[in-house]
Design a protein around this ligand. Structure first.
Ligand code: NAI
Ligand code: ENO
Length: 367
């Protein structure tokens, strides 16, 4: 891992900022992490949770930083770039966590030549904001997109602090250009957010009885429908061109599905088959699209302490759980858990230890 900075400043200590602080404090306790927030209660809460080693005004923390992370909603960034231009020390690196990158790289042009900027976007989050929902493991195994300013070249040479931050947070850096990032984010993040909203609105328009009948599929597809507009409004504004293009292509696809439902069952079947194959090829066990983890599936028992015993067995075998997911559960019925391990050997050992302890556990997938 590249060497870390002495002092990190996090401006905006909400969900993402405080989660990053918690992860850095855990993995790099020698690094000072200073925080500032327009809402003093958020900075105080992040400090109380142990995500920060100190707090100060935005200008103060920016002036102390070797690495400054802007973790506010997107609409605050242009003014914060001006503040960073006035206060960040020469030689320091500035980054952000915003969900759109082209507009942020434009705003970063006010930084002086002596201050480097790399746009960042962790591909992990939650539908609720605020430091009270912070989680040190939020970024574990997630992809973290990095979009360097023009002229920076290889980040390992020009901005190792950015790679250090991502890796220390437990995430996997993916370097790409801002335009490509914004088109991909429009497709795999901004479109799904809009579809979740549209699905709920469509069902609500059909009537309360429709929502009452909704099953797991509707729930899965609409989990993010309630994400805060205070975050999504600026995202959709800053990425409106790419989002409008992606919505138009999606509209064409919906139109084609409608035509094939009415007159072309073969085309409909082939769309299902192609989508099924494409979806199956996604590594289910990593949060992003990089190297998959090795999976173990464990059948749940409806008894108190089940999960505690399960994770205890894995820990007692000296194995490091990288990811966990409840796969199927309905009220009053048992489900299955998927556990992800870094290597196939770890996953095999977990199956052995769990089976010995009386659980039904199996390896899944080829990983
Ligand atoms: N929540 C999510 O799932 C993800 C969010 N992001 C991006 O991260 C950014 C932050 O999101 P969250 O942490 O979820 O939001 P949040 O609402 O939990 O935190 C934002 C914090 O910034 C503070 N703030 C607002 N304006 C400020 C200013 N001018 N100066 C200092 N502090 C200010 C707020 O008081 C709040 O504490 C957004 O730009 C979003 O695009 C990226 C990936 C995932
Ligand atoms: O909760 C989820 O599944 C998300 O997809 C969260 C999320 C929201 C915004 C981003 O820019 C990145 C990730």
């Amino acid at each position: 891992m590249p060497p870390g900075p002495q002092t990190v400043a996090i401006v905006g200590t909400g969900l993402i900022g405080a989660s990053l602080g918690l992860a850095l404090r855990r993995r790099a306790p020698e690094t000072a992490v200073l925080g500032a927030d327009a809402d003093a209660a958020h900075a105080a809460e992040a400090l109380r949770l142990g995500a920060l080693t100190g707090t100060g005004s935005t200008a103060e923390v920016l002036a102390s930083a070797d690495l400054a992370v802007l973790a506010t909603p997107l609409d605050a960034l242009p003014a914060l770039m001006e503040l960073a231009a006035a206060h960040v020390r020469p030689g320091a690196l500035v980054t952000d966590v915003g969900s759109v990158k082209g507009a942020v790289l434009d705003a970063a042009r006010v930084l002086p030549q002596t201050v480097r900027f790399v746009g960042g976007h962790p591909m992990a989050g939650a539908a609720v904001g605020g430091p009270e929902h912070a989680d040190p493991l939020l970024f574990e195994n997630a992809v973290w997109a990095l979009c360097p300013s023009p002229g920076l070249g290889d980040l390992a040479e020009s901005a190792p602090e950015a790679l250090w931050m991502v890796e220390t947070a437990g995430a996997r850096p993916v370097v790409l250009d801002a335009d490509r990032h914004d088109l991909v984010a429009a497709t795999i993040s901004h479109l799904p957010q809009l579809l979740a909203v549209a699905l709920v609105e469509t069902a609500a328009e059909t009537g309360a009885d429709a929502l009452g009948l909704a099953a797991g599929g509707f729930r899965d597809m609409t989990r993010i429908a309630g994400s805060p507009f205070s975050m999504w409004g600026p995202i959709l504004r800053d990425n409106r061109t790419a989002v409008a293009d992606v919505l138009a292509s999606f509209g064409d696809r919906v139109g084609a599905l409608r035509r094939s439902i009415l007159d072309d069952p073969t085309a409909l079947a082939s769309a299902f088959e192609h989508a099924g194959q494409t979806r199956a090829a996604l590594p289910s066990s990593s949060k992003g699209f990089l190297a998959p983890l090795a999976d173990v599936v464990v059948w749940a028992d409806d008894r108190p302490g089940f999960l505690h015993g399960l994770t205890g067995t894995v820990a007692a075998a000296g194995l490091n759980l990288k990811d966990a997911e409840l796969l199927r559960v309905r009220a009053g019925e048992v489900g299955t858990f998927r556990f992800g391990f870094e290597t196939a050997a770890d996953a095999d050992r977990a199956v052995e230890a769990l089976t010995e302890a009386g659980y039904r556990a199996e390896r899944r997938g080829e990983g």
